[in-house]
Design a binder for this molecule. Structure first.
Ligand code: PGA
Length: 259
């Protein structure tokens, strides 16, 4: 079962996860981070900045979950740009060690395989950050995605395009296709941190943590992984049947246990 931690605010979630990332980088200076985009991981990146002062991050490597297909990589909302602006530059990471899937049309037919090869060559992802979409997607694995899927091109559902329209001038500008790590790729990471905030995520979180394991709710794939930490605020936790148990377990968590 995933460990579920219910925190008062997104900032508190960001601090908890950032502490884990710093611990990882201190013990493994060439750690491989699985990076996520969207609003959810921002508190983690904000909390990391002061915590990484004095920590050598020159060898840290990273792989983003996904990218839009056909978007100019210099577009401010390409995930390459977002990762550069929100993670690489503020945290002082080496841009050559941080990859996003290549969404350019030229070579798209082998971009997924290339990305898988690069992740494998890095030795796999140590710690993967995940948000969850209102559709239950993780990465851009929309409902129906195979649990065995690897990095590949997917078609975004309209709900996801509508959710992401806030980053663009209009919904018409949101690309229809993406290249995303598969559920099988994500499940290969050694430790998953799934974060969610707000009432709008409550159903997706309840389905992912406590619902049946089904490709209709791709986030439920986390139930197949041996090491998952779910960090949610009260609103996102509001439909979890076993919320009281999660609170009890966290309140009595032995100091030696860690995450
Ligand atoms: P959000 O997106 O963090 O912007 O809500 C999460 C997701 O779609 O995975």
């Amino acid at each position: 079962m995933a460990e579920v931690v219910i925190v008062p605010t997104p900032a508190a979630a960001g601090e908890l996860v950032a502490d884990e990332i710093v611990r990882l980088v201190r013990t493994r200076p060439d750690a491989v981070l699985g990076l996520a985009t969207g609003s959810t991981p921002l508190p983690v990146y904000t909390a990391l900045r002061p915590r990484l002062t004095g920590v050598d991050v020159s060898r840290v490597r990273g792989f983003a979950l996904d990218e839009y297909v056909g978007i100019d990589p210099r577009h401010p909302e390409s995930y390459r740009s977002v990762i550069t602006r929100e993670v690489v530059e503020p945290l002082g990471l080496d841009p050559d060690r941080i990859r996003t899937p290549d969404g350019s049309l030229d070579g798209i037919e082998h971009a997924g395989e290339d990305y898988e090869t690069a992740i494998a060559a890095a030795g796999g992802v140590d710690l993967q950050l995940l948000g969850i979409g209102t559709s239950g997607h993780i990465g851009f694995n929309e409902p129906g995605s195979s649990f065995a899927s690897r990095t590949r091109v997917k078609t975004l559902i309209e709900q996801t395009r509508a959710d992401n329209a806030r980053f663009f001038d209009s919904i018409d500008d949101v690309p229809r296709h993406c290249i995303t790590q598969g559920l099988g790729t994500i499940l290969d990471a050694r430790h998953l941190f799934l974060l969610a905030f707000g009432e709008g995520k409550a159903d997706a979180v309840a389905g992912a943590v406590e619902g049946p394991v089904t490709s209709s709710l791709p986030g439920s794939a986390i139930q197949l992984h041996p090491h998952v930490t779910v960090v949610v605020d009260e609103a996102a936790a509001s439909r979890l049947r076993n919320a009281d148990y999660y609170r009890y377990a966290f309140a009595h968590k032995p100091a030696w246990q860690g995450f």
